[in-house]
Write a protein that binds this ligand. Sequence first.
Ligand SMILES: [Zn+2]
Length: 117
Amino acid sequence: MSGRSHSTAARKRIEERLAELRQLSNVSRAARETVTLDQTSVGRLSRMDAMQRKAMADAEEARRRAEILRLEEALKLLDEGEYGWCAACGEAIAPARLEADPAATLCIRCAESAQGN
Ligand SMILES: [Zn+2]
């Protein structure tokens, strides 16, 4: 049952990362709402500054959402027993790679060739 313990560890890693991202997302949502409330009481310059900060927070949030989706997809693969296999060539993805990015769906070779290296 070594494969089983491997996927248990992966699930734990994915769920921890998901919890972390969701928490960051909540904190960021609160911060972005504060920015909106402040806009009535501040001058033009700091308003522009606030809008810039909001744009950056929105971009960060979009990145987080994308990662959450990838991690949820990885959990689905785990449920189906398909986790840890390269979606392109079908080879096993290196454990070190999955540790660095639990949502990786390509082995390092396919990931690099997808980037055009
Ligand atoms: Zn591959």
